[in-house]
Write a new protein. Structure first.
Ligand SMILES: [Zn+2]
Length: 73
């Protein structure tokens, strides 16, 4: 491993740390209050918004999207 590699590894490590800190401190307000699926719009429960910062879909739509993603693979 040369110096450049080490510097890059350090940068990645630092980046990851910042990312993790950002996720931890992200206010719940960044999560959508209502499901952003155009055909849904259901209210996303407070517990779900707190558990998944930045959540955009209700449980139902999230599951449907994940299933669609799997089907495409
Ligand atoms: Zn929904």
């Amino acid at each position: 491993m040369n110096n450049e590699d080490q510097a890059q590894a350090f940068e990645l490590d630092e980046y990851e740390r910042i990312q993790r800190r950002t996720i931890m401190t992200l206010p719940v307000a960044h999560s959508a209050k209502y499901c952003t699926d155009t055909s849904c719009g259901d209210e996303i429960p407070e517990a779900r918004r707190a558990a998944i910062p930045g959540v955009l879909f209700c449980t139902h739509c999230q599951q449907r999207r994940e299933q669609q993603k799997l089907m495409r693979l």
